[in-house]
Design a protein around this ligand. Structure first.
Ligand code: FAD
Length: 320
């Protein structure tokens, strides 16, 4: 987190990669091969998600340990507090502390699969704010704490096509400020595809006195179905021009990927031009699109890329 703060202060561009725990051992080994190649390009940190309700706890802890101590990349572990007794949260925090991991993304979490609402465990926490306060009280300044921010407000307060009401959006921001005031050092945002919405969100955060770095969560479009699923789940607004560009090519996997690279590059360019220097890439455990975007931005050396990958980023990216 200090590295991000330093990069922001010095106007240097920083980037990070997010991964999720694969379901099989083979998947985990594949992920580490990919991660090794990606880490060679110098991300400021990488993070690993935590399955809803602690469902991936052991795998996430194991992957986080290997990332920090074998891949040797600054690691941030996600940790949710939903459906989890405090003892389990503490044992996860103790484990990563022992392994030298100093960064946590403190989250409430979504309900586990098959449940609509999250359940507060007796004596457990009800929101990410509780978890931030707990980490601060128990571990002092050992952990750098990141929290989630929602440029379009949290999906629970978004009403259909209309999005969130002004009041719900303001309440969401005020609550985000409480998470920061309680000790969070960094905000990583939910995915978005309308860059203006993100830039407005940053401005609105600054207006209410949130001063920590706000890192945009960029989810490159890798395939059409995945894009529709994720934006549906997160209730993300899809600008009309993106729908118009994707509709005619949705059955052409390569064209969708090329468009995803083009769109991701343009979004990042606009964000960097606004003075924000850090990009967080939701890789979905895939390397091509994320690396191609960073190459287009000049943040990765193309010569290094061709040595590490059996493909080259498209020189003629799809244009709308
Ligand atoms: P919170 O910050 O606690 O709250 C979510 C929303 O509820 C707030 O925005 C606010 O609208 C409302 N709210 C909650 N408490 C209060 C309060 N006291 N007062 C007023 N309003 C309140 N999920 C996983 O299971 N595993 C992961 O690894 C994971 N990683 C994520 C990473 C990022 C960057 C993001 C953006 C999300 C991630 N999620 C993950 C999803 C996340 O768990 C869900 O979005 C969840 O529904 C909310 O978690 P949160 O930490 O934002 O919750």
């Amino acid at each position: 987190i200090e590295k991000i703060q330093e990069a922001e202060a010095n106007g240097r561009t920083a980037f990070s990669f997010e991964y999720f725990p694969p379901k099989t051992e083979e998947g985990v080994e594949n992920l580490f091969e990919r991660m090794d190649r990606m880490v060679a390009h110098g991300p400021n940190f990488c993070d690993i998600t935590w399955g809803a309700g602690g469902s991936t706890a052991d795998v996430t802890l194991d992957i986080a340990n290997r990332m920090q101590n074998m891949v040797c990349v600054e690691t941030m572990m996600h940790l949710t507090c939903t459906n989890m007794p405090v003892e389990k949260i503490d044992s996860a925090l103790d484990a990563i502390k022992t392994n030298g991991i100093q960064n946590v993304l403190a989250l409430r979490g979504d309900p586990p699969h098959g449940q609509d609402k999250f359940v507060q465990v007796a004596g457990g926490f009800s929101c990410a704010l509780d978890l931030v306060q707990h980490i601060k009280a128990k571990y002092g300044d050992y952990f750098g704490i990141t929290v989630a921010g929602y440029p379009e407000a949290h999906p629970e307060v978004i009403l259909g096509e209309e999005g969130a009401t002004e009041e719900a959006y303001s309440n969401d921001l005020a609550y985000l400020k409480r998470k920061v005031d309680a000790g969070a050092d960094l905000i990583v945002t939910q995915l978005f595809y309308d860059t203006d919405i993100f830039l407005k969100f940053v401005n609105d955060c600054r207006q209410i006195g949130i001063t920590c770095p706000i890192v945009p969560g960029i989810m490159p479009i890798n395939n059409y179905k995945g894009f529709i699923r994720m934006t549906g789940f997160c209730k993300t607004k899809i600008p009309a021009e993106i729908t118009a560009a994707l509709d005619p090519i949705k059955d052409n996997e390569e064209a969708v990927k090329a468009y995803g690279i083009h769109l991701g590059t343009e979004m990042c360019k606009k964000i960097l031009a606004s003075g924000i220097n850090t990009l967080h890439l939701y890789t979905l455990n895939m390397e091509k699109t994320a690396l191609a975007i960073l190459t287009n931005l000049g943040l990765i050396e193309e010569s290094k890329l061709s040595r590490t990958l059996p493909w080259r980023p498209p020189t003629n990216v799809f244009r709308v």
